[in-house]
Design a protein. Sequence first.
Length: 476
Amino acid sequence: MREKLDKFFKISERGSNIRTEVIAGLTTFFAMAYIVVTNPNQITSFWDPNLGGPMAKIWYATYVASILVAVIGTLLMALYAKMPFAQACGMGLNSFFFVSFVLPAVLSGGDLIKGYQEGLCVILLSGIIFMALSLTGLREYIARALPENLKKAIPAGIGLFIAFIGFKNVGIIQANQYTFVQLFDFHGAIAGKTFFEGWKAIAPVVLAILGLFAMAILSKKNVKGSVIITIAGVSVLYYLTTWTAPDFNMGAIGESFKAFGEIGIIGAFKGFSVFSGGASAVINAIVLVITFTLVDMFDTIGTLYGTASQADMIDENGDPQNLKECMNSDSIATVAGAILGTSTCTTFVESAAGVGAGGRTGFASIITAACFFLCLFLTPLAVIIPACATAPALIYVGVLMLKGFAKVDMDDIASAVPAFLALIMMPLTYSISNGIAVGAIAYVIITACMGKYTKKDIPVTVIAALFTLRFFLVTM
């Protein structure tokens, strides 16, 4: 059995082993498990499902669909692309889904279920376009056509982005009305509290910082499984030192499957009313389809380049191995997700955490998919790991991914500016695709003005033009 697994996934060939792949798969799961409850929360704007009503039905249906699409998408990456990447519903796109389809129904007092299903229809159509681009090889061509400076900047930008996610998730970085962000306010958190109350308020931040240091030290000492060891250790410390216990609420499982069957699965085929209402409605729907397609495409391209670079799984041209199969997997998962009842599925940047733990093959993704499947029946498995345990992994991997930016020619300002913009705009706009877009636009303008524009720059020009239109036509 071990020999068959090794041969199918090329585990030994890629310098890994089954134990490492299992640890990597678990690491990826725990780094992105938050999506199981976060996705339905985003699509319903954090509606409490215990309150009931149509919004609760959407929450429950999306909950089941989110897990199923993570299983399907990640298995495609495992068995078809044979890469250590995981897929799930994309953050940002789920919020955009709410704003575009559910919120208008809330504000107008309209049919929430209808708005939800119209959104699924748009996701389905964008997924079909996505699939057509993938199967014809056009997506692969677009990815390979990216300028070298952007290819090198994208992994570093994603590194900053996922580190920022880690800092934000655990509260190390907080919102500030004057400066936008600030460091966690330790004094404000403990002021006027007893020692134990104060500790509970600052424990997640303190433990996350200590976890990051521990992860770095263990890695420097070449301790195998340093990431998963730290996640487990910080989790145990959190529950022991704060004297709290994870919530094992199992009561909503039946309601989730009921709502999924009633309004989620194949709900996309009931949402073609999104095109009714005259020419303006049709144009708006078309713009939304194109927007979801563009954002998903470049989120995926960016993530693939970033994680493949981290795993040293780049070919001689600087492109990820099995790029076509990865993109096909992503597009199929998006279509499946729309049919099941949730927003766009995309390759998750948190896959880099598993890669950082040593994952090099699709077997790691098998483990991640299995964990997601268990969440259908054991919801607490997804939420038992606190943010303070997974945040260090995201920050640590962000550090590792920054090394690629050193390869950008910073002496050539025409190369440096687009690369820097791609790097910095990902965390600042909370979007991989925005970073690629701004970098592409800068590259085209600077290259053209310097008289160095050539035929090979046409694909990136098309990308820049499409994103420029999106910025002016769609509010995100």
